[in-house]
Ligand binder design. Structure first.
Ligand SMILES: N[C@@H](CCC(=O)N[C@@H](CS)C(=O)NCC(=O)O)C(=O)O
Length: 149
């Protein structure tokens, strides 16, 4: 696919973030803490919402930050807000618990060390749209290819 993240395991390649997370759990099952709950129902429930985020919030966010045209921007923002609203309505833990989780993630050294300065994101994604960037990710966003995004 040519996208990151990707993992090489025993000489073979794997990709797609969510699949990699589950693969790491399977391949290193004794590592604690686990990402997914052990209970089958709760695990399936988590996967339902991970799938929702992957298909709606992530593409919606990427389209918003890439959109330069004000009309396209407003449409992208409305779509993203509608997706977020649905998540917040269905998940009672989407309020304070989410904020605490997000704050903790943002403080992790691995996240700090691999993130760009927030003020540069808009410019970078905006340039993608303006210049008609040819990266696989930028093309996928423009073509609304959620399966690649
Ligand atoms: N659905 C993929 C998306 C991966 C993706 O968009 N990767 C971007 C960086 S975040 C990339 O590799 N861009 C390089 C390119 O498009 O050529 C995943 O979840 O791993």
């Amino acid at each position: 696919m040519g996208l990151v993240p990707a993992v090489e395991y025993k000489g073979k390649a794997l990709y797609q973030s969510i699949i990699l997370c589950e693969f790491l759990e399977d391949a290193y099952s004794s590592y604690q803490p686990n990402i997914l709950p052990a209970d089958p129902y709760t695990k399936a429930y988590v996967r339902i919402w991970v799938d929702y985020v992957v298909k709606n919030l992530i593409p919606g966010f990427k389209r918003l930050v890439q959109a330069q045209d004000p009309e396209k921007r407003k449409q992208s923002l409305d779509e993203l807000l509608a997706s977020q609203r649905k998540l917040a309505e269905q998940r009672e833990d989407a309020g304070e618990a989410w904020k605490k989780y997000a704050d903790n993630v943002a403080k992790r050294p691995s996240v700090i060390n691999t993130s760009s300065d927030p003020e540069h994101y808009e410019e970078m994604y905006g340039l993608d749209d303006k210049l008609g960037a040819q990266s696989k990710a930028a093309k996928a966003i423009r073509a609304r290819r959620e399966d690649i995004m």
